[in-house]
Design a protein around this ligand. Sequence first.
Ligand SMILES: [Mn+2]
Length: 489
Amino acid sequence: MASGSALSPPQVPMELHHKNRQKLLESLRQHLSLSSRPLHGFVLLQGGEEQTRHDTDHLELFRQESYFAYLFGVKEPGFYGAIDVANGESILFAPRLPDEYAVWLGEIKPLPYFKEHYMVNTAYFADEIASVLQQHYQGSGAPLLFLLHGLNTDSNNFSKPAEFQGIDKLDKDLTTLHPILTECRVIKTDLEISLIQYANNISSEAHVEVMRKAKVGMKEYQLESMFLHHTYMYGGCRHCSYTCICATGDNSSVLHYGHAAAPNDKTLEDGDIALLDMGAEYHFYGSDITCSFPINGKFTSDQSLIYNAVLDAHNAVLSAMKPGVGWVDMHILAEKVILESLKKGQILVGDVNDMLSARLGALFMPHGLGHLLGIDTHDPGGYLKGLERRKEPGLKSLRTARELQEGMVITVEPGCYFINALLLPAMNSPETSKFFNQQVIKKFNGFGGVRIESDVLVTATGCYNMTKCPRTTQEIEAVMAGAPWTISS
Ligand SMILES: [Mn+2]
C-alpha cells in the first residue's frame, strides 16, 4: 500500500436518486390507489439551509437534510424538490443567488446545470414554486402537496414540512408521505448498498491504520485525527457519520465519550483497552464501525475474556440473522452469550436464564444491539406502523424492534462495559447481588469496556458483514505487530 490506501473514491451515479424517486412514486401511488384517492399532486420537500455559528457569520459546513438527499442527491443548500405524482416527473427548485455570489463564492450555475447534473426533468428557481406547481397540476382545484411531517423515533424531533411563498394557496397533506418515504429508506437498493460498502471499506482500512499506529503515550485525539485523515485523504470523505468516540482505559465504558465535555483527550497508557467507534460518510451514505483492542498490542487474559464474550455475541447474532428474525430476539441472544461468558469467567454465578429475567444483560450492555444504517447513522424507520418499544432495561434502548427483511442494513454492536453507576447498585441489591462474584468483579473496576460493531446487510437467506476489520484477538495482535491486512473491495 505504497500510496497509503488500496482504495479510491468511486463515481456516484445520480441514477441512484432517480431510482429512489421511482421507488417512492410506486409506493405512494399504490397507497393512494388502495385508499381510492386520485393519483395526482406533488411530493414536495425542502432541502436543508446553511447555518451560521451562533450570532456570527461563520458558516458551518453544510450537509444536506437526509430525506432530501435520499430523493434528490443535491449537495447544495437552499433547494426544494418536487415529484409529480401524476406523471412521475421531478422538478428541482434552486435558490436565486445574488450577483455578489459570483464574487465571493464562485460561478453561479445556471438552471440547466442542475437539471442535467441531478437527472431531474426540469429546474426552476425556488421563488417560482407556487406558480410552477399550479401550471403542472393535472387535478382540479388547488394543487395537493404531500409534505414531509413525522416523528424521528431516535431524536424525538419532527421533520419540518416545506415552507415557501405562496404555499397558503395550495392544499396540504401532512400525514401520507412520511411513513411511506421512511419505509422506502429502510430497504436499500443495490446502488445504495455499494456506497455503504465503500464507506465501510475506507473506514475499515482507516481503523486498521489507527490500530497499527496507536502507541502508549499518544493522545486519544491523535487516533481520531489519523482516522479523519485517512478517510478524507484517501477516501474523499469530508463528513463522518457521527463524532468519533476514541475512548481508552476506563473511558471506554462511557458510551457516548468524545463529546465536548469529554473530548478524546486522555493519554494512552500501557494496559489500556481502546474502544474506537468511528465511521466515515461518502455521498450521504454512512458507516458505523467499532473496534476494540489493547493499546500495547497484546490482550491480557482479562481483556481476552471480555473481548471474546463480545465477539462470540457478535458472531452468534450474525449466524442467526436472516429475514423474519426479530431484532429483540437478536438483542436477547447477544445478552445471553455475554452472560454465559461472564459466568464461565467466574464474574457471575447462577443460572443464565435467571440472569436474563433479572435483566442482568442490560447492566453490562445498556444500549441496543444495533440500529438501521444508511443516510443517517441511526436511519429512520425503526418503529414504523405503531410498533411498540419495549419497556425493560436494555430492550427499551433498541432503536428498532422490527423483524429483519432482505435489503436492510443494520449495525450489530454488542458490548460489555463495567459501569459503576449500573453495577454498584445491582451488586448491592437483594434481588441481584447473588449473581455477582464480588471478589472477581472487583478486578474489573476501571477496566472500561469492549464493543465490536459491524454493518450488516440482510440477504435473502442470511446476512453479509460489510465491515472488514480484524476481529479475532489473533488477527488484531498480528495486524498491530505489522502483519498485512487487505480490504477487498
Ligand atoms: Mn452504531
